[in-house]
Every structure is written in C-alpha cells, then in structure tokens.
Design a protein around this ligand. Structure first.
Ligand code: MN
Length: 242
C-alpha cells in the first residue's frame, strides 16, 4: 500500500513524526507537508504563485516540505508520487470536531485526497501546554489504521483521539453549536486587537464526535464531499420562467 502523509502543523510537527512511525508498518510512505504551520487554512490552494518542494528527511523517512497549504501538499504529492492509495493527515495538535471541521487544514488534506479520487483519513488529538503523549496513543492509532486502511467503503474519515482512550465509536459531526468566538485584547501600545479562538461547548448530543471525545472514545466520522441538502432539494419548486 502506498501512503501519502501530510498535515497542517508543518513538516517539523511531532504529530507527523508520530504518524509516520505507526503508518510505516502498513505501507510505503511519502511525506509532503507545509514548511510552516497552516492550521485553520481550510481547503485553500495556492493558485497565484508557483510552489516549491524540498527534501527534508524526518527520522529516516523520506519527506518533503512545500511552501503552500495542506491541500497544496496533497495535490502536489499525489501528482509527483504515482500510485498513492490513501492520504493520512495529522496527527494534528488539537482536536478537529464539530464546526472546526469547516476550518481544519488537517481535514482539508484528507478531503483533497477524496477530491482526487483517492481515500483520505484525518487524525487529530487535543493538546495543552505540553505536546500530546503520542506513545500512549500509538496502539490506538495502529488499531484505527488497521481498521480504516482496509475499509474501502469509507472514502473520507475524520478521526479524533482523546488523550487517554477507553474505546472507539463511529460518530456524526456535532454541528448544532458553533464553537468559534472573538476575544478582544490589546497590543503593547494599548490598541485593540482580536483573537479568533474557540469556546468550550457544554451541550453534548449523544452519538456525535464531541460526545465521543468528552467520554474518552476515539471518534471516527465517515464524511462525504457532496454538500447538497437533498431534503431541501426535494422540497424545492422551480420558479416560473419570467
Ligand atoms: Mn493544526
């Protein structure tokens, strides 16, 4: 199996090295990641300038850094390294659940794979003052890859690992509460600045990614690219031609 690894935290993220260490047991790795952090860049691609790719081995694995977005890395990597079966993105330093899936560069790299007709799996875990304990997560990451890499029915999956998992659940995206917020701060000169950050959502809907994570379960959400609201489409009446 040929695996393309990417992320949005950048080529030097410990989460990418942790993913490579587990993924190398499942196939041949190609690593292509942004040269600097590109978190919350969503599905952006760079179209107004050319992008470069430079070799940057990580822990003995062949890896490349790109001066672009996560989606750029997958578009370029899938073009340069023929025969990629699955794109793995992560392991992100920070969860990607609920509404943050709309902003996530980690998930966007996996979505780019799906857009290209490949399969994509995004992997994320919360982080605090210290980096996540990737050694503790290692058997859980291995279990997820063992399961999802051979589950060809799932073209695109979003996986989140709690810090100390107790089990695994299939979930749906929690979208009823938006968790973004704007925090006003001041710069050293006393001028207004604003920090776009997230709030903790207390309301938990059972069966969602947020519910699974809050209860210590690894959350796997199967996704699709088609955003069409089929129920609304079926209800619509075409206006008469004016
Ligand atoms: Mn990130």
């Amino acid at each position: 199996m040929h695996l393309l690894l990417a992320n949005d935290d950048g080529i030097y993220s410990p989460g990418l090295a942790a993913l490579a260490a587990v993924a190398s047991d499942f196939g041949e790795l190609h690593i292509v990641a942004p040269d600097v952090e590109q978190s919350s860049m969503g599905q952006a691609i760079t179209h107004s300038r050319p992008i470069s790719i430079r070799r940057t081995p990580i822990n003995g694995y062949d890896a490349h850094r790109v001066n672009g977005t996560p989606a750029d890395c997958v578009a370029l990597g899938a073009d340069l390294f023929k025969g990629i079966d699955v794109v793995l993105s992560g392991i992100n330093l920070g969860p990607n659940i609920g509404s943050s899936m709309w902003h996530s560069g980690t998930l966007a790299a996996a979505k780019q794979a799906a857009l290209l007709g490949l399969r994509g799996i995004a992997l994320s875990t919360p982080t605090g003052k210290a980096d996540p304990d990737f050694e503790r997560l290692r058997p859980w990451v291995a279990k997820i890859l063992e399961h999802l890499l051979f589950e060809s029915d799932v073209r695109l999956a979003n996986v989140n690992f709690p810090p100390d998992p107790v089990g695994i659940r299939w979930t749906r995206q929690a979208v009823s509460q938006y968790d973004g917020r704007v925090v006003p701060i001041t710069d050293p000169m006393g001028r207004s600045l604003y920090w776009l950050t997230v709030r903790r959502v207390e309301e938990l809907e059972e069966g969602t990614d947020r519910w699974a994570m809050r209860n210590g379960f690894v959350s796997i959400t199967p996704l699709r690219l088609d955003l069409t609201d089929d129920a609304a489409l079926a209800r619509m009446h075409t206006p008469a031609t004016p």
